[in-house]
Ligand binder design. Structure first.
Ligand code: CIR
Length: 299
């Protein structure tokens, strides 16, 4: 089962934080529509696996209400980190975003209680934005950025060490978050902008690396998630795993790359690959990428 948390677009989105890009007027209704399309990606992925009407057997999509007093609160990825056997509520680097934490905490507490997993809470002076944390298997890459500091890294490392995870700190340059520069494609492969991050960060640990096109420097953030259908012994159907890779329509070179990749890649564990292309250019005006709109919890 995949549990997904999203949050609606804040009525004050025009006051969002911006770090590496200039401010452009935001068309709020258009952004809401793009956000709706984003959440629909999860529904479509589930429907493609188990058929329309049966989505809830593999997907639990919890769409949280907008928080108008927090401009950036739709970017739920930044306020929490979810691992296979625990979760962490972060302390976001931007002071304007710290109050989002008290809204996500009860939601996560309930989910973690139901799964009997511990929930940790980052304390002052530590700061970490979830956008700086790339979790691939038991490797956890943590960006050192304007949002995530050394104390936050140390706290996170301590929380997760006892659950078998290794934390690797990575310097972030030229972009907002680590995941603006690198994101997971499959559990063995990452997509990077090689101008913003050292390839060896990943190759030294045995990961395969795909590069963004030079013309598309902001395209290193794709959303990748897997849904598994239960096997049903009675009907003699084998379990299937389908991985969806979500790619922004604004990056045609990347779309082309993943069209080919999804046809040819051999993924460990026999996962089938499918690609979804969606428009998120309005969301990008708030410096939001694809991963930042959701929190994913596998159970
Ligand atoms: C911020 O600066 O915090 C928001 N405007 C954008 C956050 C995007 N988060 C992410 O990519 N993880």
């Amino acid at each position: 089962m995949l549990h997904v948390l999203t949050r609606g677009v804040s009525g004050s989105i025009s006051n969002c934080e911006l770090t590496c890009i200039g401010r452009e007027p935001i068309d709020a209704p258009r952004m809401c529509e793009q956000h709706r399309q984003y959440t629909n990606v999860f529904r479509r992925a589930a429907a493609s696996l188990v058929g329309e009407g049966s989505e809830s057997s593999v997907l639990n999509l919890n769409e949280l209400p907008p928080l108008d007093s927090f401009a950036d609160s739709m970017f739920v990825e930044d306020v929490a980190l979810i691992f296979e056997n625990c979760a962490v509520v972060t302390r976001p680097g931007a002071p304007s975003r710290r109050g989002e934490v008290e809204h996500i905490t009860p939601v996560l507490q309930q989910l973690m209680d139901s799964l009997q997993r511990p929930l940790y809470s980052m304390q002052e002076p530590g700061t970490v934005d979830g956008g700086d944390v790339l979790i691939i298997g038991r490797d956890v890459f943590v960006g050192r950025s304007t949002r995530s500091n050394d104390d936050g890294f140390a706290q996170l490392k301590g929380f997760i060490a006892k659950h078998g995870y290794s934390a690797h700190q990575v310097q972030v340059r030229g972009c907002l978050h680590l995941k603006s520069a690198a994101s997971m494609v499959t559990p063995r492969t990452v997509l990077i902008n090689p101008k913003w991050i050292e390839r060896t960060t990943f190759t030294s640990l045995g990961y395969g690396v795909l590069d963004t096109a030079v013309e598309e420097p902001h395209s290193a953030n794709v959303l990748s998630f897997v849904l598994r259908s239960p096997s049903s012994a009675g009907e003699n159907t084998a379990a299937r795993s389908v991985r969806t890779i979500v790619v922004p329509a604004a990056f045609p070179k990347l779309v082309e790359k993943f069209e080919k990749y999804c046809q040819s890649a051999q993924v460990d564990g026999g996962e089938e690959l499918r690609m979804e292309v969606i428009e998120v250019d309005e969301i990008a005006k708030a410096e939001g990428a694809l991963t930042c709109g959701s929190l994913l919890c596998y159970a």
